[in-house]
Design a protein around this ligand. Structure first.
Ligand code: FES
Length: 108
């Protein structure tokens, strides 16, 4: 079974997807037309338009952000929170099955 992720959109609606192992939260959103995740740079970690808020209770299960991601997170359009991550830098694994992420109001 593929790991599932749920995106909560700014209007409160939910979009649940089963993503292959190794697919990033940005890629998964783009490939499945989840609105609000732009991914302008295609995952090169330079645009910060793939900002997501990750379920706080599962933050510890993710690899810590790289220095570059951390730097880019300072420039996201929506407020940065302690659970802010760039979707292109978080890859789904079976261990993350059931992850819930919130799509911010704006990416630019
Ligand atoms: S897609 Fe550009 S930083 Fe994530």
């Amino acid at each position: 079974m593929l790991p599932a992720v749920t995106y909560i959109l700014p209007d409160g609606s939910r979009c649940s997807l089963d993503l292959s192992d190794g697919v990033s939260l940005m890629q998964g959103a783009i490939e499945n037309a989840v609105p609000g995740v732009l991914g302008d740079c295609g995952g090169a970690c330079v645009c910060a338009t793939c900002h997501l808020y990750v379920d706080e209770t599962r933050l510890g299960e993710l690899d810590a952000p790289s220095e570059l991601e951390d730097e880019l997170l300072n420039g996201v359009a929506a407020p940065r929170r302690h659970n802010s991550r760039l979707g292109c830098q978080v890859r789904m694994t079976k261990l993350l099955d059931g992850l819930v992420v919130v799509v911010p109001e704006r990416q630019r």
